[in-house]
Design a protein. Structure first.
Length: 450
């Protein structure tokens, strides 16, 4: 085997070996966690189909003449090729900024892995246990790649880590489902890596940002099938070309003390991840007796690198920009609508909400904790109070993630008939016992309660 110039095996070879090892050593707790992430992500797909982008996405696919055997969760009226179906669900899982996240790697593995694994497992009629194997492997690969290339630092160079590495995670998940041997799995990752790229949007996110997620997933799914058909690609794409293009060499492999899935958080709020600590800080201050309705100004400190993709704008171009605006996150929290996707989709603040001064600035102390902790320092000002109130909140794992996942899924799937919602929830929570993933009929999702 050709070695990289570091004397180690090429990164893609190491990633392939790690993917296979991960699901083989994962314990019951890890597998249950994977089931929770699958339930959460598919709930994001379900609520995502109400986003304005969903209709435009469906029309574009119809115009392209995309026809195949697989129905996406987000657009169940369509029958698409399996890679396109996975891409659709990836876009709709991420479109509300509601999908799971790994802070230290700065990637959203949920949106790139679960839709790929779900589409392929249903298409191939595989058992639920294989589906969970694929989820574990896909998360491991995309997070490990983000960690080795210091994903959070890539923001400063205008690279979006999820768009860069998402195809590799989707390829890993699909390869496990197709039962590729290690050589073919490695090739699938190489084919996926050959298309590495993805710029972080500037000024406005718009829908092009979300399309990047789907494009990466579609490429990753296709890469595994292409590898199975005998196609090939260079093993050293990440060691050489990607390193030169990204301006950084990959770090050594991360310790394999626990599956990377365990380090991923479920998002309780449909907005940019740096703003979650802001909302949590407002909750803490409200619980301490502060009347949020009386605020005149809110000053927010964030780790400096995170300012590249959040703003304090009150006038925004659309839902994507609203979900990245601290002014909208603060207004949502004060209104008790921080978990309501329609608040951000509306993308308009009331005159009263606009009157509140909201500013964001870098915080040097939070920089010292970044990227392991995505914290926020929130300072409140009130006309009737001479002293400002301030609190610092650091991001972390939820204490009761299962309860959050269940509550969030029921909210996101509330348009389904109760029997369908209950059936999908039960199947996904016990997906290791499902003998054939084609039991998840997407056409069940077309009948909704309005």
């Amino acid at each position: 085997m050709r070695m990289s110039d570091t004397g180690r095996p090429p990164v893609l070879v190491e990633l392939a070996a790690r993917a296979r090892q991960t699901y083989r050593v994962a314990g019951p707790e890890d597998r249950q966690l994977a089931a929770h992430h699958a339930l959460d992500t598919l709930g994001c797909c379900l609520v995502g189909r109400g986003h304005p982008m969903a209709g435009r996405l469906g029309r574009s696919l119809a115009d392209l003449g995309s026809v195949g055997p697989c129905q996406p969760v987000g657009l169940p009226a369509l029958s698409l090729p399996v890679d396109t179906a996975a891409a659709v669900d990836a876009m709709l899982a991420h479109v509300d900024e509601y999908d799971g996240f790994h802070s230290a790697a700065a990637v959203v593995p949920a949106a790139v892995v679960v839709p790929a694994a779900f589409a392929v497992a249903r298409h191939e009629g595989l058992a639920g246990g294989r589906f969970l194997d694929a989820v574990l492997a896909g998360y491991e690969v995309v997070v490990e790649t983000g960690l080795r290339f210091t994903g959070p630092q890539l923001y400063g160079s205008s690279w979006w880590p999820t768009a860069l590495f998402g195809a590799i995670g989707a390829a890993a998940a699909t390869s496990v489902l197709l039962d590729l041997d290690e050589e073919s799995l490695t090739t699938a990752l190489c084919i996926a890596a050959a298309g590495t790229g993805g710029l972080l949007s500037d000024a406005e996110l718009s829908e092009g940002h979300h399309l990047l997620v789907g494009n990466a997933v579609g490429r990753g799914v296709a890469a595994a099938y292409q590898s199975r058909a005998g196609m090939s690609a260079a093993r050293t794409l990440l060691d050489g070309p990607a390193s030169r293009a990204l301006g950084r060499r990959p770090l050594p492999p991360q310790p394999a003390e626990r599956v990377h899935l365990a380090g991923c958080s479920v998002k309780p709020y449909p907005c940019a991840r740096p703003l979650h600590a802001v909302i949590d800080a407002l909750h803490q201050l409200a619980d301490s007796g502060v009347d949020l309705e009386s605020l005149t100004a809110v000053r927010i400190g964030l780790p400096g690198p995170l300012l590249a993709f959040v703003s304090d704008d009150k006038e925004v171009a659309g839902p994507s920009e609203a979900a990245a605006s601290a002014a909208f996150a603060v207004a949502a929290a004060i209104a008790g609508r921080e978990s309501d996707v329609t608040f951000y989709r509306n993308a308009v603040l009331t005159p009263t909400q606009k009157a509140l001064t909201v500013t964001i600035a870098p915080d040097a102390e939070l920089d010292l904790l970044y990227p392991e902790q995505w914290g926020a320092t929130v300072t409140l000002f009130r006309a009737a109070a001479p002293d400002a109130r301030s609190v610092t909140v650091l991001g972390g794992q939820q204490e009761d993630q299962e309860a959050l996942v269940l509550e969030k899924f029921r909210r996101n799937a509330r348009d389904l008939k109760p029997a369908v919602m209950s059936a999908w929830q039960d199947r996904l929570l016990h997906v290791d016992d499902v003998t054939d993933m084609s039991v998840f009929h997407a056409d069940e999702l077309e009948s909704v309660v309005r």
